[in-house]
Each structure stands twice: as C-alpha cells, then as structure tokens.
Design a protein around this ligand. Sequence first.
Ligand SMILES: Nc1ncnc2c1ncn2[C@@H]1O[C@H](COP(=O)(O)OP(=O)(O)O)[C@@H](O)[C@H]1O
Ligand SMILES: [Mg+2]
Length: 499
Amino acid sequence: MSSGAHVLVVDDDAQVRRFLAGELAECGYVVTECKDGATALAATKAQAVDCAVVDVNLAGENGVELLRGLHAVQTDLQVVMITGERSVEVAVSAMKSGAFDYLTKPLDTERLTVAVRNATAVVEKEREIRRLREAVRDSCGFRAVLGTSPSLRRAVGLAERVAASDVPVLLTGESGTGKEVIAQAVHASSRRASGPFVAINCAAIPSELAESELFGHEAGSFTGALGRRAGRFEEAHGGTLFLDEIEAMPSAIQAKVLRALQDRAVTRVGGSKSTPADARIVAATNRSLEKMIGEGRFRDDLFFRIAVVSIQLPPLRERMEDVPLLAEHFLREAAERGGHAIRGWSAEAMQSLLRYAWPGNVRELRNVSVYASLVCDAETILPCHLPDRLVQASGTPGEAVGPRLEDAVEALERWLISDALRRFGGVQARAAEFLGTTKRILNYKISKYGLGRDREASRAGGGDGGGDGGGDPESKEPPCVAADPPGAPGETSGGPEGP
Ligand SMILES: Nc1ncnc2c1ncn2[C@@H]1O[C@H](COP(=O)(O)OP(=O)(O)O)[C@@H](O)[C@H]1O
Ligand SMILES: [Mg+2]
C-alpha cells in the first residue's frame, strides 16, 4: 500500500538512522538516509520526497530550521519530527512550524510507521486534489476553447488577458458561438476560480420573479414566498456571476442590478438590511445593446458598467477553418460517450459540413456531430448520416448568408491534406498519391497551410488537432474534453442555470 513513497531519514546518529531506515524499508518505502541537514536538502532538491523523518537535535543544527528549509524546497512533503527529550516547547514549536507529527525517543517503531503512513497518505491525497483541480481547470479553462482561426484567437486572447483582473466583461455574438464557454474560462482563470460560477439566463426568468431570483427574498415578502431565500447575486459572492442574454432583463430590474453592482451588496425583497454580494460580472448578449439603448430599451449606465471590456465572438460561418477541428473533437467526444467505434468523417461528409452556413454556430455543429455518431452504422460518417438540411444545403436557398467560398474551400483542402498525412503516418509521397496530386504541389500546400506547425499550434490551443480517435501514433495526449455542455445536445438556446 505504502510502497513506493519516498521517505528521508535524517539523523546524525548512524545507528539510529540505519535502524529507522530498515524499519521503513521493510514497510515498502523507498528510503534515503541523510546524516545532516545539508544532505537532506540536497536529496529533496534532487528528487520528489513524500515524507522526511527528522531528528530535532541534529549535531550543531536545528531540526525545526531544517523542517522549514525542506518545506521551502518541496511545499507538499510532510515532516515527522523525533526528539530525545520530552520537551513540550520543542513539540509545540515543531508543530507550529508545520510538522505533521512528533515522536519522542525511545522510539516505538509501531508509532513511527503509523505516523509515516498517515503523512504519506496526506501527501498522496493533496497531490490527487491538485491533479483533479488542474484537470477541472483544463476542462473549464481556455484549453477547452477550441479553434485556430485568427478571429477566434483574437477574441480568446483578449479574454485571457483580462481574465485575471476583476473587470466586468461583455461577450457578444450569435447564439452558439461559445459565449458561455468563454465566460467559464474567464472564471476558471481568474483569482475567483475557487469561488462559485453562477449563471443566470435573463430570458428564462419570468419578469415578476426576476427580483427575487436575483436578490433573494425574506419569508412572506410576497404571495408564494415561503421561506427566506438568498438570491443569485449573493450565491455568486466571491465568484463570478454570468448574466446570459442580458438584453432580456426587464428595465425595472436593470436599475436594481446597477445598484447592486455599485454597492457590491444587495437587499432581499421584503428585507431591510443589505448583504454583501461581491461578484465579478460576465454578461452575454446576442443583440446590439447600443441599438437597444438608442431605442430606450436598455439603460446606458448599466451598459457602461458591464461593458468595460467587450469581446465579440465571430460566427462559425466566418471562420470555417475551425469546422474540421471542432467536428473531429465533437465526434470523438460523442463516439466515446456512446461507445461507438467511429473512425472519423469521410471527405464527402466533411465537404457537406464545409458547405453549410451554421446558423446555430458551434452548438449546431456539436449537435450534428452527436446526431451523426448515433445514426452512423459504418466506420466513418458519410453524407447519409447527416441531417437532411446539411446535405441539401449546397445552395442553401433559405439562408441569408453562407460561408465564404474561399474559406470553405481552403478549410476542406487543409483538412483533406492533414487527414491524408495522418492516414499515411506523415509520408508525403503516399499522401500525394492518395490525393491524386504531385509531391511538389502537396509540399507547397503543406507549407502554405503551415500544416507541420499547425498540429503543434492546435495542440497548444487546446485541441489535439488530429486523430480519428484511435490508431494515431501522435495522439498520446488525452483528448481535451470540453466542459460539460451547458445543455443537452439538441437544445437550441443556451439557458442553463449555473452549477
Ligand atoms: N470554441 C469552442 N470550443 C469548444 N466547444 C465550443 C466552442 N464554442 C462553443 N462550443 C460548444 O458549443 C456549445 C454552445 O456554446 P455556448 O458557449 O453555450 O454558446 P453561446 O453561449 O454563445 O450560445 C457548447 O456545447 C460548447 O461546449
Ligand atoms: Mg449561451
């Protein structure tokens, strides 16, 4: 159980040291003997250490000083102190300095092994928590925002730069462009990351309940208000409040929200005293608030308060080069979840994806990928596995704006080439033959699209860029899984409540 953990035994008495080391080695620990503080510090700098057993009275040295030194090198190791005296002061001073436990000589080996076992268990748990935190940060943070198009990267770059500050951010863009994904990433990368992320969809709250929903209420403050209840502003205290579809906020509420933001406090409906509610505001809208201000439907003072930084998310049809990357990611995710052995998109299906205008943006692409994975009874997704609207969309008569021809063509070319390279393990001659072109042309296109670099870039950007979910020798990294979708596939308007 305990085997493998690395324990230092630091004692100037060679006999005691050897004895303790032997006992611990027998329990399965990897033990390093250190005769003094300098040796212990050197060992800690050289290797990961889980626990150090330190004699308080090292010849001419202070064991408590050493404890601080060890912690300075590796903050997460635990120290068990040993002393010859039954001195309460020394014990207290050791524990105050952060020792995990304290044992007196003559040593009871049973107590020693229990102390070391507990110490290493704590270290292991703390490391596990850190790993999980990092995984959560990766799945909710900016790594979850996929796409390499310059317009998206510009928006994401700005969001990343302002995330750490506490300024309010306004995200604009059509529905399904990733506003909520960015809002979560801003929160996860902010100083408030360990605080709550509370999402409210302003369009989904009936206006007569909006005030109580946002600010809470005291018991009996209105018909139906049974108990007292904290509002969403209070819930978000210390964290981030995501006001989605803020254009739908009733005007009467707008004034109260402004007040709450200025005061960093709220007063519950029917209450008289104010409660602190300090939340960072991230708002989202798919309308032009400026236009609404002009029409007298949105307060300009609230607008200036929430739009300190305004970030526009581009619609998918204006960044068609992101379609293949996103489609591959969503398909892999859907196939894994559903346990389907689907290798990827066929060139014909990808062509359909790239001819479509994506009025529902990334959300629609995700839904189409899920649909295709469910309908597909073959190894690769064929056009017959796509919803009819995509296959018929070559001209897309009903659509006001389609994808820009050149972007779509380039995106398809780029995808076909990287797909062929992947298929033939990067051997250009075979990829060229497969694509019915010459090596020279292929080579030219590879450098034109920066495909060598691109794989790295898309990795750095969070996606793993390639892979059909299996057999790709390069996909060692775990796929970057996006944050749990804020709604089941198929929902058309993002309007989730926060976690
Ligand atoms: N850049 C992106 N990378 C990965 N997934 C995305 C991206 N943009 C959007 N999505 C996915 O698309 C769906 C809709 O995104 P969402 O943030 O809710 O859009 P919006 O809030 O703008 O309506 C979600 O399932 C989300 O995970
Ligand atoms: Mg949304």
